[in-house]
Design a protein around this ligand. Structure first.
Ligand code: ZN
Length: 519
């Protein structure tokens, strides 16, 4: 039910956003520097709590023109990832007047372990008695914030003196359906301005929903101890807590809802924000990785963890709306994760699949894992056709299997000389395809296990068949990984190496694919 809603929503959103995003993309490329285009001002990074264990960056986007100061805050609770993601993405936005202050990962220590509160052992060391960061802020001038992290955040607030503050959170259920959660709501402080704007923000998201049960609503008064409440009570800030609902909804959908709400506020304040679909920008040399999380893509978070841990990458999840609006232009690599290849293809749609093909042909990297590996091959017209491979079997069940890197695989993916275990879940078994317009793939790894399934293709041996294949594709690179190294403890480096190769940034010790594979 929800998946269907997501699909309908995405199609509608794609169409609606195309025009606006094209305008913004043009402005960003500097092709249409009309006087109304947002100023191209890079966010200035500052470090909150510099030198401490809880240090976390915040960003100042200063248009250089007088106007409101708005603070956007995410990651106050570590198990509410969409708020942090949205704030990370918003830091790349441009505005035409005023200032935007963005603190994406307020409680970085909790986000790292995906717990609501600061882990107790760490909190004790840091002198934080109250581990729930959003209960640490004082509602009167006489009291001080509890603990050094809340104090550091409060100090930033006092310094930048925002007129508006939106703190991005998530609930576990839709408040309109389940009063024990605050999901899908904007909790407004008491000022009339805040209440009016909270309603506008809610309306903005509701216009994208087709399911009545998912509707957002306005609630009153942020809880005592919250940053939003303290900002309103002590500094007179028009503040609100915006809440999406986790449920089984993709992160890209939830973070987009957050962006829609913030975008509405900035637009109403006449700050002329760029497109709501801008989710990435200049990354100072880091590899910018998009993980597809539209319908059909598995929603597990293991990939994010393993990549974010590598400090040379920025990772965001994107769905059909962002893809349709041209967001891939700001990424180096697209990961198509496991799930269902046919469902992924369906949610991408004809246009989405063409967008991915163009992205890779134009120099982008593609890493397909399991379902994403099927999609990367040329087996069917409706696959992406990035690699000259044909799937001859899959569906061998789920198990831990062994695979072995080839000599070329060891150069690109790490010096593992012996076969090793990897999770496998019905990944594709491929043979060379018959396309004449694509180079032959290179085998980077082969299976060393034979999974005996009742209904498997009798003529296809899994043992010895390729587990990982890769090839250049016009100006880009594509890799198809049949098993699940991203879900196998100990293979984190292999996944990162795959992404680095796809981005054309393999380490200098690795040699590029042999010339035979390069057209
Ligand atoms: Zn929260």
């Amino acid at each position: 039910m929800k998946l269907t809603v997501w699909r309908i929503l995405c199609v509608a959103a794609c169409l609606a956003m195309l025009a606006a995003s094209q305008a913004c993309a043009a402005a960003q490329e500097g092709q249409a520097a009309a006087s109304t285009a947002p100023a191209k001002v890079a966010p200035v990074e500052h470090m909150l709590g510099a030198g401490t264990a809880f240090a976390t960056p915040y960003y100042v986007i200063d248009s250089g023109k007088p106007g409101p100061t708005v603070m956007i805050n995410g990651g106050m609770h570590g198990d509410e990832p969409a708020g942090a993601a949205a704030a990370r993405q918003i830091r790349f936005w441009t505005i035409a007047r005023g200032k935007l202050i963005v603190l994406p990962e307020a409680n970085r220590l909790a986000l790292e372990v995906r717990t609501r509160s600061t882990p107790k052992a760490v909190a004790a060391k840091l002198g934080m008695e109250e581990t729930n960061l959003n209960r640490c802020f004082a509602s009167t001038r006489k009291e001080s914030p509890k603990g050094p992290l809340a104090a550091a955040i409060w100090a930033v607030l006092k310094e930048v003196k925002p007129e508006w503050l939106v703190d991005l959170h998530e609930g576990f259920a839709v408040a309109g359906e389940n009063s024990s959660s605050v999901g899908s709501s904007v909790i407004s402080s008491r000022s009339q301005e805040a209440r009016g704007e909270a309603q506008a923000m809610v309306d903005e998201v509701n216009a994208t929903l087709t399911d009545e049960e998912m509707r957002f609503l306005v609630k009153s008064q942020p809880i005592a101890g919250s940053l939003a409440r303290a900002a309103a009570d002590v500094m007179g800030v028009h503040s609100m807590i915006a809440e999406t609902t986790t449920g089984d909804q993709p992160i890209s959908l939830r973070s987009r809802q957050h962006r829609l709400m913030v975008h509405r506020l900035l637009a109403d304040l006449k700050m002329e924000p760029c497109s709501v679909e801008v989710v990435m920008g200049d990354a100072a040399g880091k590899i910018r990785v998009a993980i597809y999380d539209g319908e059909g893509a598995h929603q597990g978070l293991s990939i994010d963890h393993k990549l974010v841990d590598g400090s040379d990458m920025l990772v965001e999840r994107i769905g059909p709306p962002e893809l349709g609006a041209g967001a891939l232009a700001h990424f180096d690599v697209l990961i198509m994760p496991g799930g269902s290849a046919s469902a992924e293809a369906r949610s991408l749609g004809l246009d989405g699949r063409q967008t991915v093909r163009q992205f890779v042909a134009g120099g982008g990297g593609y890493v397909g894992i399991c379902a994403g590996a099927y999609l990367g091959t040329s087996t069917y017209q409706w696959y992406l056709g990035l690699v000259n491979a044909t799937v001859v079997d899959g569906g061998r069940g789920k198990d831990v299997v062994t695979m072995e890197l080839t000599a070329e695989g060891r150069k690109l993916l790490g010096e593992k000389t012996a076969p090793f275990e990897v999770r496998y879940a019905n990944g594709p078994i491929v043979v060379p395809g018959k396309r004449t317009d694509l180079p032959a793939y290179k085998e980077l790894a082969v299976f060393r296990t034979e999974l005996e399934m009742m209904d498997r293709e009798p003529n296809v041996q899994m043992n010895g068949s390729p587990a990982i294949v890769a090839a250049t594709h016009q100006r880009g690179r594509a890799m198809c990984i049949s098993p699940h190294p991203e879900a196998t403890t100990g293979l984190e480096d292999l996944v990162r190496s795959a992404v680095r190769w796809a981005a054309g940034r393999e380490s200098t010790s690795a040699t590029p694919l042999p010339a035979a594979a390069i057209p």
